[in-house]
Design a binder for this molecule. Structure first.
Ligand SMILES: [Zn+2]
Length: 378
């Protein structure tokens, strides 16, 4: 492949994904499934891939097709994001309708189906459309994971797994944004491999306090349901407060839209779409926060387990604590009642003393060093 910049050049830290999509542009099949955490690059990669499929030069990044696709304005690239918590029958009908239509401009159209792990009941209704679209239609399906409802559709797609971005990649991207090294390392460590989340966490003054609250939660357990209720109520409150930077960013986006409408004299165009996007972002943020909390908790119990193993004390209760934490993290994708989920979890966790496992769980030295090197270079 040539080294000239193209539509894929801006996708950080995903060489495997980019190489596969580049190769696929030569003779694309009817459907691709990109599986990996949101914010790790699937969405920009899908857009770049769509541009590459429409561009006469395979994704030069400069022609009209490329520019329109990257700006989200090409009539033959439709990005479909479900508005509700799950896909509805009307969503499935809309996707099928768009898939069946001929391209407006060229030989090909690309349908990007975002957040498709939320397909739930409408999977069977979409199976035929996705496995046998008109020859001019290419599907790019994006999903955080492959829940049982998505397995059959997944089997009809070329699947590409998208790894979470490494902490080093996130630090690098943040430092390139102009963030200082310690803040970049802290945000990268709590971002779960997502660049979107890392960028949000950078402006989040409460991050360290939230990490500490989850880290210390096991020290506050005493085997009683009352203690669990207090701890869980506080953690849920922290999760809610954590959405503050996002609320601020959304208020600003809304103000910008309204200013634009005011100067162009138009109606409230785009307002409903923006509201829906914001609601989705808030829901995702909440899930990310809980996942971050559970992963912090998991790190604490893992550290306690390593100490116990070294000292020859009982490991089994700590191991089942870890299993319970992992199970709760998996259950998050099912939209559970969060307080109940956390209460059930904390009732199963053994209390830890302040000394158990306290020397681990900080951003690793290696990442901090990378951050420093990058910021010196910048
Ligand atoms: Zn082009």
């Amino acid at each position: 492949m040539s080294d000239a910049p193209d539509v894929f050049s801006g996708i950080a830290g995903q060489p495997h994904l980019v190489a596969q999509l580049r190769a696929a542009t030569i003779q694309p099949v009817h459907a691709y499934l990109l599986v990996g955490p949101a914010g790790a690059g699937s969405a920009p990669a899908a857009r770049a891939f769509a541009a590459a499929l429409l561009c006469p030069r395979g994704g030069c990044g400069r022609c009209r097709d490329c520019r329109l696709v990257l700006a989200g304005e090409h009539p033959d690239v439709v990005i479909f994001v479900p508005e509700g918590a799950f896909l509805r029958v009307s969503d499935a009908e809309e996707i099928t309708r768009v898939a069946m239509r001929s391209p407006v401009e060229g030989q090909r159209k690309v349908l990007v189906l975002a957040e498709f792990h939320r397909v739930q009941k409408v999977g069977p209704a979409l199976l035929k459309t996705i496995e046998e679209p008109p020859p001019s239609t290419v599907f790019v399906v994006l999903a955080d994971s492959v829940p049982p409802e998505l397995v059959t559709i997944a089997s009809r797609c070329v699947r590409i797994d998208v790894a979470p971005l490494t902490e080093a990649t996130l630090v690098e991207a943040l430092v390139d944004d102009g963030v200082d090294a310690p803040a970049a390392a802290a945000a990268a460590g709590a971002a779960g491999g997502s660049l979107d989340r890392a960028r949000l966490l950078v402006s989040d003054a409460g991050l360290a306090a939230r990490r500490a609250a989850w880290w210390r939660a096991p020290e506050r357990l005493d085997g009683s349901g009352a203690a669990v209720a207090v701890v869980v109520a506080e953690l849920v409150e922290l999760v809610e407060a954590a959405a503050e930077p996002l609320h601020r960013a959304q208020a600003q986006a809304l103000a910008e839209l309204e200013a634009k409408v005011a100067t162009s004299g138009g109606r409230g165009t785009g307002r409903a779409g923006l509201d829906a996007t914001h609601k989705r972002a808030l829901r995702r943020h909440r899930a990310d926060e809980l996942r971050f909390g559970l992963s912090t908790l998991g790190t604490r119990y893992r550290a306690a387990m390593e100490t116990a193993a070294a000292e020859g004390t009982a490991v089994a209760p700590l191991m089942s604590a870890l299993d319970a934490i992992v199970a709760s993290a998996l259950a998050l994708s099912r939209n559970p009642n969060e307080a109940l989920l956390l209460q059930a979890l904390f009732l199963r966790l053994p209390a830890l003393s302040a000394e158990q496992g306290t020397n681990l769980g900080r951003p690793s030295a290696r990442v901090a060093q990378t951050a420093e090197r990058r910021s010196r270079k910048a």
